[in-house]
Design a protein around this ligand. Structure first.
Ligand code: HEC
Length: 117
């Protein structure tokens, strides 16, 4: 009996750690409306910001949607540490993350209205 409870708890923990995102489907069109806050850093020419100091920002356009999703979940939980990205990620829902990931994954250098993504 006790053993079954343990197994149930472990199963619940496993489900929680993979997140609810498994059945959330990203929508690139919806994502386009959710990246305004990201463009200031991730959409600059040459991916180099100059304030307050010069630093490189990773290019998101064309990256794998799953990779972008897991990176955002990691920033959210603090598993991947980067203060500004943590601040950005905590305000996003699982649906936001899936939409944004789908949006960025769909970008190519030739995407007309997004030359920098
Ligand atoms: C203040 C600047 C800034 C803003 C705003 C910002 N980011 Fe970032 N982002 C960064 C930096 C710098 C990194 C690299 C951090 C690191 O080394 O982990 C990063 C990393 C990432 C990564 C991981 C990329 C990779 O190649 O590993 C993703 C995904 C990401 N950001 C998504 C977003 C999204 C989505 C938004 C908007 C909701 C956003 N960022 C807003 C600066 C920013």
């Amino acid at each position: 009996m006790k053993r079954q409870v343990t197994i149930a708890v472990l199963a619940a923990l496993a489900a929680a750690s993979t997140g609810a995102s498994a059945d959330v489907v990203g929508n690139a069109k919806a994502g386009q409306g959710k990246v305004a806050a990201c463009i200031g850093c991730h959409g600059i020419p040459d991916y180099r910001t100059a304030y307050p100091e010069v630093y490189r920002v990773p290019k998101l356009g064309g990256q794998n949607a799953r990779y972008i999703e897991s990176a955002l979940h990691e920033y959210q939980k603090g598993d991947r540490k980067y203060q500004t990205m943590h601040a950005n990620a905590v305000s996003l829902s699982d649906q936001d993350i899936a939409d944004i990931a789908a949006y960025y994954a769909a970008q190519t250098p030739a995407t007309p209205n997004n030359p920098y993504k």
